[in-house]
Design a protein around this ligand. Structure first.
Ligand code: ADP
Ligand code: NI
Length: 222
């Protein structure tokens, strides 16, 4: 089991304040509370997996710091900004490199695109981020994100697509229900850790029930 030193706790608190101030008013599903939940879940998984708690918490706090969706599709924007912040806090290069790898590896890139993790800590953060995309909260976030992009809830004439590359996955303009098939329902089988697999199974079942209810209400109006 890894423990945090006093200095590490101090640094984490400072970085948490910085991230909180930046994201508190974000309205597209990437608000501070998303980052907070990912941090809490990542720590819980990291403890079960005996991963390094300092690296995991830094990775979770910084995982959405400069999302490609809001930076012209640049997938290096997040790791670069994370490196800048960690450097400002005087952290060693060896830590910066490892946290930047976590930030880079978290993102889901489409059904046909593998997203391997090069460390146990990245696996914990990736799982925590993906757990927050499913279940009741995941459903709320998907519709919040869809709304922020002016997407329809559902269009029975537009079928979900299979994406074999990140570019086409992130450019889709499809209704939010399609996102369930293009990402949310796929996540349960892409969890890395056993702890996350257990939580994912329950959240997945809830999404299936939700979809059944959604379609039954939709069809009741025919
Ligand atoms: P995360 O924060 O988990 O890394 P993303 O950055 O990909 O996930 O997206 C933020 C939230 O918006 C997630 O809950 C995700 O499922 C949702 N989202 C992303 N793309 C879409 C989309 N095309 N339609 C609806 N929701 C989306
Ligand atoms: Ni996230």
């Amino acid at each position: 089991m890894s423990y945090l030193s006093e200095e590490q706790s101090f640094t984490l608190n400072k970085i948490e304040q910085l991230v909180k101030n930046k994201f508190i008013y974000e309205g597209s599903g990437h608000d501070w509370w998303h980052i907070f939940r990912v941090k809490e879940t990542a720590i819980k998984i990291a403890k079960a997996e005996q991963a390094d708690l300092f690296l995991t918490e830094l990775g979770a706090l910084l995982h959405d710091i400069a999302d490609h969706k809001f930076h012209g599709g640049d997938i290096e924007a997040g790791p670069k900004e994370a490196a800048r912040i960690l450097n400002d806090f005087g952290l060693a290069d060896s830590i910066i490199i490892r946290v930047c790898a976590i930030v880079k590896e978290v993102t889901f890139k489409g059904e046909g695109v593998p997203t391997p993790c090069s460390s146990l800590e990245a696996a914990c953060v990736q799982d925590a981020d993906r757990l927050d995309a499913i279940g009741a909260i995941g459903i709320a976030r998907a519709f919040a994100y869809g709304g922020s992009k002016g997407r329809l809830l559902y269009d029975p004439e537009l079928k979900p697509a299979f994406f074999s590359d990140f570019q086409s996955y992130k450019s889709t303009l499809a209704p939010t229900i399609n996102h369930f098939y293009e990402k949310l329902l796929l996540l349960k089988d892409r969890m890395n850790t056993n702890a996350a697999k257990v939580i994912a199974a329950q959240r997945h079942a809830f999404m299936e029930t939700y979809l059944e209810q959604f379609y039954s209400e939709w069809n009741a109006s025919k």
